[in-house]
Design a protein around this ligand. Structure first.
Ligand code: TA6
Length: 279
């Protein structure tokens, strides 16, 4: 564990291949993922804050227990709360793992009166990263929540980005009528502000245009939805923690139960994960 920006504790998870993942306990937030080829795969805003209570802009924000706006802080309190490190180790089967835990706090109980235990594990391989989430209801009544990963990918040029695997899927355009439409494109490109939720999608999509001309296979498990987001020019200018031109080198492809919610009975556990593989 090292002291990162603003002296916040940060885990440097290293794989023998040279791959490295840097994770802040603040939000269990992965801010840097260098694969074994040395390339950075995650976008991070140069203008983001690293302060308790403030979401970090970029990397892999954890969304829980709410996606988007609502009675809780936007995208929930998990990304702005300090998590506890459980352990880090390199498994004999060839991956490095970091596990962190979050449970209810006095502050979370004020806004979300439910007891829970949440664990995130990051499994790092030479050219892949798997992020797994487990939530257990440790309270008395049912709990109902969104959960997911709001992943910011570093791209060479947004004009070269394509997402394939969603042709025929329904989507809701959060910038338009919010009516359900059908995605007609085999290859989704981005040339304007884009904020679309694809509910109940296939579990594998391919993102092309990752920095260095590579592709990223994104495979989700126990996660129903995908969101594609790029703020484009005007919204970028309005975001204080985001550079005016940052929209050119990032895209969010988010995975989780973001449109739909998960309901857990007492003592039940929900497991979900996303595997990112460079191709
Ligand atoms: O996931 C898409 C979205 O909900 C967009 O509407 C945009 O607000 C983005 O998340 C970023 O949200 P944040 O709270 O991190 O600024």
């Amino acid at each position: 564990m090292k002291r990162g920006i603003n002296d916040l504790p940060c885990i440097e998870l290293r794989h023998p291949s040279g791959a490295q993942l840097d994770i802040y306990l603040h939000g269990a937030h992965a801010v840097s993922w260098r694969s074994a080829d040395g390339r950075q795969n995650l976008f991070m805003s140069s203008k983001t804050d690293f302060k308790p209570g403030i979401p970090i802009r970029g990397g892999i924000p954890v969304v829980f227990p709410q996606f988007g706006d609502g009675p809780l802080p936007k995208h929930g309190f998990a990304r702005v709360t300090g998590w506890d490190l459980l352990d880090t180790r390199v498994h004999e089967s060839g991956y490095a793992e970091a596990r962190l835990r979050l449970h209810e706090t006095s502050r979370s109980l004020e806004v979300w009166p439910h007891k829970f235990s949440m664990e995130i594990s990051f499994c790092l391989k030479p050219q892949a990263l798997e992020v797994a989430l487990e939530v257990t209801n440790t309270g008395e009544g049912d709990i109902n929540f969104n959960i997911g990963l709001h992943t910011y990918f570093l791209v060479d040029d947004i004009a070269k980005v394509m997402v394939s695997g969603l042709a025929g899927a329904k989507f809701i355009d959060f910038l338009d009528s919010r009516q359900e439409e059908t995605e007609r494109r085999e290859k989704i490109t981005i040339d304007r502000e884009t904020d679309r939720v694809y509910p109940d999608t296939p579990d594998r999509v391919l993102l092309r245009g990752i920095a260095g001309g590579r592709g990223m296979a994104i495979e989700k498990y126990g996660m129903r939805d995908i969101v594609i987001w790029n703020p484009w020019i005007e919204k970028s200018r309005r975001m204080e923690d985001f550079g005016d031109l940052d929209y050119l080198t990032m895209v969010c492809v988010e995975t989780g139960n973001l449109r739909g919610r998960v309901t857990l009975e007492p003592d039940a556990t929900h497991k979900s994960s996303t595997k990112f593989t460079l191709v």
